[in-house]
Design a protein around this ligand. Structure first.
Ligand code: C5P
Length: 230
């Protein structure tokens, strides 16, 4: 059964807490990203955890293994449930993140790898030395590399989740943003899928922001998406 994660893309702790309370019971999982965490720090993670919710801390770590290991440990101490790293940080960094997460046991954070940012095209990859490879091929190669080295799952586009879920081992987590309920505004997302499509293709967690946060009734909007997820 796939889970819905609401992207808490707001600027302050107070707004975050108000949104979580307003959405209420239907949603049990929230994503805290760079904007909110840089503004409010671990207090906002604690506040969301104190409301009984799970937290996906999306800070996309990419640093030397020791630093990433210690940052993951800090996340584990905060009770974070999912955390992101960049797979291009290399084998030792991915393993260090997974090992730090494992210290917290089954309830500890799960490590998700970012493969290729969806904002990058073939030309952008060439600029950073990845020559002669389409983003899709690079995504698959990095997905295998990350999960073989300890990552529990991947952040991927709903357009990629079908092929990735077939290519990777059972039990891999697939977290997909870019999800829009049928008929909803797409915003700046270019490659979107409906909740039903994403789940059918193998997504284990859907990340949805504006269609819920900007709705006149966010709780109803969340319930409608959950119904579409089946
Ligand atoms: O508002 P919306 O549903 O588009 O929010 C999607 C969330 O997922 C945002 O927090 C965005 O930063 C994040 N995300 C994304 N696409 C990616 C990676 C992350 O939309 N490739």
């Amino acid at each position: 059964m796939a889970e819905l994660i609401v992207a808490l893309d707001v600027q302050t702790r107070d707004e975050a807490v108000a949104k979580v309370k307003e959405i209420g019971a239907p949603v049990g999982f929230y994503k805290i990203g760079l904007e909110l965490f840089t503004a409010e720090g671990p207090d906002v993670v604690k506040a969301v955890k104190d409301l009984g919710k799970k937290v996906f801390l999306d800070l996309k770590f990419h640093d030397i293994p020791r630093t990433v290991e210690r940052a993951v440990r800090s996340g584990g101490k905060l009770g974070v449930d999912l955390m992101t790293i960049h797979s291009v940080g290399g084998k030792a960094m991915i393993r260090a993140a997974a090992d730090a997460a494992a210290e917290f046991g089954a309830a500890g954070p799960k490590i998700l790898a970012v493969t290729v940012l969806t904002s990058l095209d073939r030309g952008d990859l060439e600029d950073v030395g990845i020559v002669g490879r389409d983003p899709a091929d690079q995504v698959l190669a990095m997905a295998k590399f990350a999960t073989e080295n300890g990552a529990h799952g991947l952040v991927c586009s709903p357009k990629e989740v079908g092929s990735l879920s077939k290519a990777l081992k059972a039990g891999t987590l697939f977290i997909t943003p870019g999800v829009r309920p049928a008929g909803a505004a797409v915003g700046d997302q270019k490659r979107v899928a409906t909740p039903a499509d994403a789940v059918r293709d193998g997504a284990t967690h859907l990340v949805v922001g504006r269609p819920i946060l900007a709705a006149a009734n966010p709780a109803d909007a969340a319930r409608a998406i959950l119904a579409e997820m089946g």
